[in-house]
Design a protein around this ligand. Structure first.
Ligand code: 3HC
Length: 285
């Protein structure tokens, strides 16, 4: 099935889109990285290039390999350049209206056989697909941050996702070096349904003054063997993204146990999104 995929588009040059572009280009696919502003895609390309240069410095990759990976990526803000790609990975802002607007546009631009793979933390694949005329070719591909490091790819079927599309997603996952898990559509799917309420609970523990941020994180690292604590992880993922994801769970289930921690809401209102803005629960240089 994967032999039908010769070229790939990645839409969105944020944290996730860049990581996806990097791993797909590393697997040898020509990648068209697309975003609304030229400045954003150019900055994104530089970030990928910097990340790969670190691998060369550490002796993990040859310079020639890095040149090849970078040579596989072209950047553009002209969505028309996606007309001929065989598969699009989309990683735009985690808001249903934003995704629907984009897919309406992509559906008109991309060839009918093109597969749409949406990287969402928990939005309905079925609803995203509903604005296209190819609901059978839309699949959820949920990557984890940092994409080049995290082994997992969570694959989610929408109501109309075909077996063929799902098979292509499975094969693509293997080709880009990820372990896949297959999950039914449900708010936040599988991993985030467990992980995000845990992070939200850590925010409550912090906001209630039960322990310092450092002690909460040390507690979960040493007591539960997590690689980093939940509050440091919140800053890594982005508090803005976490809030949107938590709100999806709360709104979709109408269950008060999933209400976002007020401190999370307040930090996002203050523009403190975590590492990417230099301040979240912690401060960064
Ligand atoms: N891109 C590429 N590589 C990166 C990277 C990045 N952004 N950040 C770190 N790395 C690499 C480093 O180069 C290093 O590689 P090396 O071992 O070959 O030298 C390795 O990862 C370890 O990095 P560091 O030594 O700098 O730091 P840490 O040991 O603290 O590891 C971490 C960093 C891998 C991010 C680790 O802290 C970790 O595993 N954290 C948990 C991440 C996690 O849980 N992610 C899931 C978030 S939830 C999500 O994404 C879902 C969404 O929908 C909300």
């Amino acid at each position: 099935m994967l032999e039908h995929i010769k070229s790939v588009g990645v839409v969105g040059s944020g944290l996730m889109g860049l990581g996806i572009a990097q791993v797909v280009a590393t697997a040898g696919f020509p990648v068209t990285l697309c975003d609304i502003s030229e400045e954003a895609v150019n900055r994104g390309y530089q970030q990928i290039s910097k990340q790969l240069a670190k691998d060369v410095a550490k002796g993990k990759k040859e310079q020639a390999t890095v040149d090849q990976i970078l040579g596989n990526i072209v950047t553009t803000c002209d969505y028309g350049k996606l007309a001929d790609v065989d598969m699009v990975f989309e990683a735009v802002f985690e808001k249903m209206e934003v995704k629907k607007d984009l897919y309406t546009k992509l559906d008109a631009i991309c060839k009918p056989a093109c597969i749409f793979a949406t990287n969402t933390s928990g939005l309905s694949i079925t609803e995203i697909a509903s604005v296209t005329k190819r609901c059978d070719k839309v699949v959820g591909t949920h990557f984890f941050n940092p994409v080049p490091v995290m082994k997992l790819l969570e694959l989610v079927r929408g109501y109309d996702t075909s077996d063929e599309t799902f098979q292509i997603a499975l094969e693509m996952g293997a080709k880009i070096g990820k372990e896949t898990i297959s999950v039914k559509e449900a708010p936040l799917f599988c991993v985030n349904r467990i992980l995000v309420p845990m992070i939200n609970e850590a925010m409550f523990v912090f906001a209630e003054g039960i322990a310092s941020a450092e002690d909460i994180d040390t507690g979960m690292m040493l007591g539960a063997n997590h690689p980093i604590g939940p509050l440091a992880l919140a800053d890594l993922v982005g508090l803005d993204t976490l809030l949107l994801v938590m709100q999806t769970l709360y709104q979709e289930t109408c269950d008060s146990k999933y209400r976002p921690c007020p401190l999370l809401v307040q930090l996002v209102r203050a523009g403190h999104f975590g590492r990417k803005t230099g301040q979240g629960i912690y401060k960064y240089d």
